[in-house]
Design a protein around this ligand. Structure first.
Ligand code: ADP
Ligand code: ASP
Ligand code: MG
Length: 440
């Protein structure tokens, strides 16, 4: 079986949904089709939740109505027959009635997650109605019946696997299964999600759960590019990369993949392919365990980083200092991305600042604490970077114009990371693009 995941832009217009139908019926292989919400919908739902969180019901209502209007136009262009249109009207009515009911009750975080789930519920139901209209046999698999996370927000892979297998066993003859990306149940049995961009993660988790042959991530670009195409004009797709390289790029900001989406595939050795819905025959990127080539393959940047420096002359010769520092972060479940140390200070970075105040207060017992916000980690990713001669020198040459707050090298064979003020990000990515890649 294979997994075919289609992102927001791939289902965001009626003609694109038709294109998705073509792609999933090109061969007769069994497949689970994982869909995101239509592009723009999750952002709109976040906006509705934000308005409710600030008790602005009028604004929430305006936003609900605007989104409702979008779906009313969408389904009429998507579907042609009366019967299918009646089904779609019912689906849309049901979900927007739900949003309107929420306006009347008191708002909380669990309700917010229910709001966020509406996008994937709507897209999959409308797509399934399209398949019915076009007489494509398919089974609708509600993700909330099998996708789950534990109290630490970690996916429960073995439970997911058991449940999906039981469900699939009921349909031995069927070839196409349609399910939602992003959404899941949490340990309280409430509706939850795998964080923004989480449909990629759903796809690889489901792939791992059923030991799929391949996980295909269909999106709006022809694979993983060597640099962020939103920032740099001249970029090119990379035909092949390893799980480790792809994981580093995803974690350090390549938006094409959710940060956690590689590990399930890597653990079960399932190839991941990044493909373009708009150009289905383009080669795309194939991600496998194979490590090919030596040197830099791609750059990525992760914004919203906070750097923390703890300086203490008492640290000199004191063993156990780093453990004490790390314990503070562990206590507040805050993960650290980069670390650099000197004899009297340690600098590290975090992206989740929800406990920054408490963390700072506790760290102050060990030394002076300095905080720099609005930083960006630029990651230079490739194979055996640490072993290839001159790579780091080249990276530094490209960055000679910019102040570098931290440099991390040698932690992994696949990565050199540099922390810069966010204002330098775009120029730094462009300089590295010119200096590290051959453009002839
Ligand atoms: P989807 O809605 O299909 O999940 P996303 O918007 O999440 O799509 O991811 C695809 C986008 O990721 C591309 O349109 C591109 O702008 C952005 N992107 C950022 N970095 C990269 C990269 N290194 N290679 C390819 N795309 C990238
Ligand atoms: N719809 C969700 C989002 O926009 C999940 C996804 O698209 O992957 O974040
Ligand atoms: Mg995405």
């Amino acid at each position: 079986m294979k997994i075919m995941k289609f992102g927001g832009t791939s289902v965001g217009k009626p003609e694109r949904m038709h294109q998705v139908k073509e792609l999933i019926t090109r061969d007769n292989q069994k497949k689970i089709v994982v869909l995101s919400a239509l592009s723009g919908t999750t952002n709109a739902l976040v906006g509705i939740g934000d308005a409710l969180a600030s008790a602005n019901k009028e604004l929430a209502k305006e936003r609900i109505d605007a989104l409702h209007g979008h779906y009313q136009t969408f389904y009429k262009e998507l579907l042609k027959t009366g019967a299918a249109r009646i089904k779609a009207e019912k689906i849309i009515k049901e979900h927007f009635e739900f949003l309107n009911i929420i306006l009347k009750i008191s708002f909380n975080e669990a309700i917010n997650r229910d709001i966020l789930a509406q996008g994937e519920l709507l897209s999959t139901k409308l797509f399934y109605t399209l398949l019915q209209e076009l007489d494509v046999p398919a089974v609708f698999l509600p993700a909330l019946d099998f996708m789950s996370i534990d109290e630490n927000h970690e996916p429960e892979l073995s439970k997911i696997s058991d449940k999906v297998k039981v469900i699939l066993a009921n349909y031995p003859e069927d070839r196409i299964f349609v399910t939602q990306g992003y959404i899941c149940k949490n340990h309280r049995n409430e509706v939850d999600n795998l964080k923004r961009g989480g449909s990629d993660y759903s796809a690889s988790l489901i792939g791992a759960a059923i030991s799929a042959e391949v996980v295909e991530i269909w999106t709006d670009i022809d694979g993983m590019h060597n640099n962020d195409p939103r920032v740099v004009d001249k970029t090119r797709p990379i035909a092949q990369m390893s799980f480790d390289e792809a994981a580093e790029l995803a974690y350090f900001g390549a938006k094409i993949l959710h940060p956690a989406s590689i590990w399930p595939a890597q653990q079960y050795n399932i190839p991941v392919k990044l493909l373009n819905t708009m150009a289905p025959d383009a080669v795309g990127t194939t991600i496998t365990a194979k490590e090919l080539g030596v040197g830099v393959k791609a750059l990525a940047a992760k914004d919203g980083i906070t750097a923390i420096k703890i300086k203490s002359s008492r640290m000199l010769l004191a063993y156990g200092f780093l453990r004490k520092v790390f314990e503070v972060f562990e206590k507040y479940k805050t993960s650290i991305d980069m670390i650099t140390t000197s004899e009297v200070a340690v600098s590290l970075t975090i992206d989740d600042i929800s406990h920054l105040k408490e963390i700072t207060a506790e760290l102050e017992q060990y030394g002076t604490v300095e905080i720099d916000t609005n930083q960006t980690i630029i990651s230079v990713v490739g194979n055996l970077i640490a072993e290839s001669k001159g790579t780091v020198a080249k990276v530094m040459n490209c960055l000679e114009e910019y102040p570098l707050r931290m440099v991390s090298y040698g932690g992994s064979r696949h990565n050199v990371s540099i922390l810069v003020d966010a204002n330098f990000k775009n120029d730094a990515l462009r300089s590295l693009n010119e200096g590290l890649f051959d453009w002839d």
